[in-house]
Design a protein around this ligand. Structure first.
Ligand code: PRP
Length: 210
């Protein structure tokens, strides 16, 4: 069987020795192949139209930067940042979010594609869709690298998906654990045996580990 160090292709050899990382779920090569496929589909779908991709900070940025290089169109990008209201424990459990960084430009009459690294409960993207729809874009669609719909709460129509995943908790390629591991170029399962004790002590919901 291939060692983890053989799968990761760039300079993260020291990082992947961290015992918190389990097996590779999607190696870098598979991610890049899928992004290339998505880029071709999006190019076809939006040919002849203007296109604005909106990335949700922070996790979606890595995916966005690779995806736009595979879309053969004159496109624009913009960024939003959101956070939960102080009184709500987590956006994953409450869906109560606020915009902490808004778009730089109006989106009226534009074709908007929201780029996410992962959609889990769907509450975050659901909020964003409601918010952006009020600004009267010409079209509004979603592209997510990972779709974990086992605990989906909001009803969603996701037009572009990289990979569907199950209950596993993952890091890398933009996805973090305690703000770390976003710079891994492959996506890894978290070694839950290693972090189990920590979660028991913290008494937090595992849902917050997106
Ligand atoms: C992740 C992800 C989505 C959200 C999805 O962001 O980027 O925005 O969670 O979860 P949901 O479908 O249950 O709402 P996170 O809050 O982890 O912030 P990050 O992008 O800074 O990592």
């Amino acid at each position: 069987m291939m060692e983890k160090a053989d799968i990761t292709t760039t300079g993260t050899v020291n990082l992947i020795k961290n015992p918190i990382l389990g097996k590779v779920l999607f190696p870098s090569s598979e991610i890049q192949t899928r992004i290339s496929e998505l880029g071709k589909i999006i190019t076809e779908d939006y040919t002849g139209k203007d296109l604005l991709l909106i990335s949700v900070l922070r996790g979606g940025v890595i995916f966005l930067t690779d995806l736009i290089k595979q879309i053969d169109l004159e496109l624009s990008i913009d960024f939003m940042s959101i956070s939960s209201y102080p009184e709500s424990k987590s956006i994953h459990t409450s869906g109560v979010v606020k915009i902490t960084k808004d778009l730089e430009e109006p989106i009226e009459d534009k074709n908007i594609l929201i780029i996410e690294d992962i959609i889990d409960s769907g509450l975050t993207i659901s909020y964003l869709l409601r918010n952006l729809k009020l600004r009267n874009p010409n079209s509004l669609e979603v592209c997510t690298l990972l779709d974990r719909n086992v605990k989906r709460i909001a009803e969603l129509n996701i037009k572009y998906t990289g990979f569907a995943i199950g209950q596993e908790y993952v890091v890398g390629y933009g996805l973090d654990y305690k703000q770390k591991f976003r710079n891994l170029d492959s996506i890894y399962r978290l070694n839950t045996a290693v972090i189990k004790k920590e979660f028991e002590v913290m008494d937090v919901s595992k849902d917050s580990m997106a």
